[in-house]
Design a protein around this ligand. Structure first.
Ligand code: NAP
Length: 457
């Protein structure tokens, strides 16, 4: 007689791919369910917490406090961490299915959307992902070099990532030195000659994707000030309607802050210029970035659906660096249907779909499920929805071949994959905190795989 999946004799075996917020909220929901379950989390990096560790800005330590919740979850005996295991490369989805009844993909949106303009990849034109990963110590981006010797930098996009990049470029070394920014990034930023940061949005101030808390900070920087032209705050009727919408309090707050900024008279040596209704159409430069060409836009469409339309009127900004911050995209994994248009795994409320039909046992949560939107907390209800659907499907599951953690460990060993478990991570964590102490920092991240592994030997 076969055992019932989810019983004490045969706990439900779940693999979660990705150890960021959506992965941890999925696990939290699984652990609060009324069934026996064990969860193994796979991450391609040897360190957990995904975007909280490598995406959240170093000068936003409060946002990183959610890690404390994840640490509690990780100490549950039903939890196991397999770091440094890349699903889709080291282990295929099919192989993983031998060991797990269900797989939840919570692997985020790791790459960037493109602008598709000439010279997009000229030296000096970077994605926000590269820059953010670099200053946050992500091992993938440590070989990147940022030459900040030109006084002008341009950031394309008006989301919160663009705001993070603008703030990090505008803060002084003193404002950054007590954070967990890497010493390497701090050294480069402290020599930065950037005096003007131009943040460029294709739509108007009312349609900006940033949030009030984030833009408020530009008014509080020691050596940098925001610059907003009052004529940019003269808005069309549809934007007036959007602003008056009681559901959109954020827009109203943003607008009020921008209005305040347009009246600032006190001068500071560094400036953050906000540009609205301008789209990048070309990057110019012989061997590296010298200019960005912007086309002025007007808004067209109904309130709530206004889009930018080019006017054939152009302007240029001379600059040395361009940071493209126009949103992220998910990366496909072999064996999981991918929605190319949306850059996510094809799914219905977290159930992975192939040609519209549910693929039993495969689920998605977080940015790879809904696209790269929302703050960390948005992932909680999102992951709950996925896990509730998974739990509703348990009775129909066939059950995997080898439902034991030991068989996974054995399998990884036979494939010569050096995995890192949670105890290993705790050692890495302690080493980073220790390295941070003499520098007056919460931690000094270990940024190369070689150094991470040498601290375990
Ligand atoms: P985002 O919020 O989607 O913003 C993307 C920006 O890029 C928008 O201004 C968008 O303009 C613009 N854009 C897109 N395509 C463009 C194009 N072809 N040309 C010019 N501009 C273009 O994305 P994000 O900044 O990457 O942030 C991702 C998510 O993480 C967001 O939900 C964000 O709030 C969150 N986040 C939060 C924090 C925080 O809480 N502190 C920090 C970082 C990130 P349109 O509006 O016209 O499309």
């Amino acid at each position: 007689m076969s055992l019932v999946i989810g019983s004490l004799e045969r706990p439900l075996r779940v693999a979660v791919v990705g150890s960021g917020p959506s992965g941890f909220y999925a696990i939290e929901t699984l652990f609060s369910a009324k069934l026996a379950v064990t969860v193994d989390v796979f991450d391609r990096l040897p360190t957990p917490f995904g975007l909280v560790r490598y995406g959240v800005a170093p000068d936003h330590p409060k946002i990183k406090n959610v890690i404390k919740i994840y640490e509690k979850i990780a100490l549950d005996p039903r939890f196991y961490f397999f770091g440094n295991v890349n699903i889709g490369h080291d282990v295929s989805v099919k192989e993983l299915q031998k060991f797990y009844d269900c797989i939840i993909f919570a692997c985020g949106a790791e790459t960037d959307k493109h602008l598709n303009i000439p010279n997009e990849n000229l030296v000096g034109s970077h994605t926000a992902t590269e820059f953010v990963g670099w200053y946050n110590g992500h091992p993938d981006y440590q070989s990147r070099e940022f030459d900040l010797s030109h006084p002008v930098a341009v950031i394309v996009g008006l989301g919160n990532v663009a705001m993070d990049v603008a703030r990090i470029l505008s803060k002084t070394a003193d404002e950054l030195k007590g954070t967990d920014i890497t010493q390497k990034a701090l050294a480069v930023l402290s020599q930065s000659k950037i005096r003007e940061v131009h943040v460029v949005g294709r739509r108007g101030p009312v349609q900006s994707a940033f949030t009030p808390v984030e833009i408020k900070e530009f008014g509080e920087l020691s050596q940098a000030m925001p610059v907003v032209k009052s004529e940019d705050l003269v808005i069309n009727d549809a934007s007036q309607k959007e602003l008056a919408d009681p559901q959109a309090a954020v827009r109203k707050k943003n607008f009020e802050i921008l209005k305040k900024y347009s009246a600032i008279t006190e001068q500071k040596p560094r400036k953050i210029f906000f540009h609205f209704l301008k789209s990048p159409v070309e990057i110019k430069g012989k061997t590296k970035v010298e200019q960005i060409v912007l086309e002025k836009n007007i808004l067209s469409g109904e309130a709530g659906q206004q889009s930018a339309k080019g006017t054939k009127v152009f302007e240029t900004i001379d600059c040395g660096n361009i940071f493209r911050s126009v949103g992220y995209r998910g990366v496909p994994i072999d064996g999981v249907p991918f929605d190319i248009k949306k850059g996510i795994f094809a799914n219905n409320a977290g159930r992975i779909l192939e040609n519209g039909k549910v693929l039993a046992g495969l689920y998605a949560a977080g940015w790879i499920k809904r696209g790269p939107t929302g703050v960390i907390g948005t992932n909680k209800p999102d992951s709950e929805e996925t896990v509730n659907n998974l739990l509703a499907d348990v009775a129909k599951l066939k059950g995997c071949e080898s439902p034991s953690r030991e068989s996974v460990e054995q399998y990884l060993k036979t494939k010569n994959i050096r995995f890192v478990n949670y105890q290993d991570w705790q050692k890495i964590n302690a080493a980073e905190i220790e390295r941070g102490k003499p520098l007056g920092k919460p931690r000094e991240k270990i940024t190369t795989l070689k150094d991470i592994f040498s601290c375990l030997s």
